[in-house]
Design a protein around this ligand. Structure first.
Ligand code: SF4
Ligand code: ZN
Ligand code: ZN
Length: 304
């Protein structure tokens, strides 16, 4: 197989595009895809300050690296979730990347600053804290972006993540979530940052190849809390289909965004107000984060 750009032996195959690239040409192709996605959806410009949500994994670090090379103004943000050794190692990778490139990495420490860790937020029924973790991430990324004046929060969600989320929402006919799923979540309140996903058309293996070729040192292991998660089962199912039908994941997601989503979008935007406790935007009197933390802290032993 030959590189479609320079005809040298190829190192990376992108089957859904019927393309292959050598290690020299691949990073440019990857960055061009990111740039196209940003342009197609008018995600942000070079005048905007972008806050990149960093986990220490391949997707968020590949995104930060690509945005840097494309000339965008970016800072990173990492949340110390308190998930044992996994958190220790992912924090170290995130800090090392920021230091190597001379970038600013904001951090929130849940245990030290807020008195709880993610494993303490396990859902009794499912035994997993992932729903709580999602609420915590959305809350703190938004709060830091608004407090520090960033125009937009960029996350490393990729094609596999987004197709798996879509698959799960379709299986359970979560029409509310389906209507809101997309690469751009507009701000509908002055305290609500815009959210964008510049990698949503690139697969997990595309970011892994980019990270390896660009020598980005990322945490390879998955979060231990992900074991047995439904999202992984959805990814496995889609991967099995993709194996025999290259491009299927892309068609599923992009086809939905182009054709299916508009039918599910609600006309009336939900009324956003400020949380009575913390002032963050919410649709209820007290936001989901404050309610969740208050509920759980009552059950935790008092810290001395
Ligand atoms: S797997 Fe669950 S707990 Fe771990 S980082 Fe992801 S959402 Fe959070
Ligand atoms: Zn080449
Ligand atoms: Zn609140």
């Amino acid at each position: 197989m030959r590189c479609i750009k320079c005809k040298a032996p190829a190192n990376v195959e992108v089957r859904r595009h019927r393309s292959a690239f050598c290690a020299g040409c691949y990073p440019d192709w990857f960055r061009t895809q990111v740039q196209r996605t940003i342009d197609d959806h008018r995600m942000f410009s070079r005048d905007d300050r972008v806050l990149v949500a960093i986990s220490g994994g391949k997707d968020s670090l590949a995104l930060w690296h690509a945005l840097l090379r494309l000339g965008y103004q970016t800072d990173g943000m990492y949340i110390r979730l308190g998930i044992g050794d996994y958190s220790v190692r992912s924090q170290a990778k995130s800090e090392a990347f920021a230091a190597r490139h001379g970038l600013q990495l904001h951090q929130v420490d849940l245990a030290a600053d807020h008195g709880f860790t993610i494993p303490q937020m396990r859902n009794q029924r499912e035994g997993k804290p992932c729903a709580a973790c999602g609420t915590v991430k959305r809350y703190h990324f938004n709060k830091v972006a608004v407090d520090l004046g960033y125009s937009v929060v960029a996350t490393g969600h990729n094609l596999d993540d987004e197709a798996a989320t879509l698959f799960g929402n379709v299986l359970h006919w979560q029409t509310d979530f389906l209507g809101r799923q997309g690469p751009v979540l507009e701000s509908t309140h002055s305290n609500l940052a815009r959210k964008v996903k510049p990698l949503y058309r690139l697969a997990e293996r595309d970011s892994a190849a980019y990270a390896i070729i660009e020598r980005i040192d990322y945490i390879v292991e998955e979060c231990p809390m992900a074991i047995g998660a439904k999202s992984l089962a959805y990814k496995d199912t889609l991967n099995a289909l993709e194996e025999t039908q290259p491009g299927l994941k892309y068609q599923f997601l992009v086809g939905f965004l182009r054709q299916g989503r508009k039918a599910l979008k609600t006309e009336d935007p939900v009324q956003i107000r400020q949380c009575a406790k913390c002032g963050q935007p919410t649709t209820a009197e007290v936001c989901a984060y404050c309610r969740m933390v208050e509920r759980r802290l009552k059950k935790l032993p008092v810290r001395r």
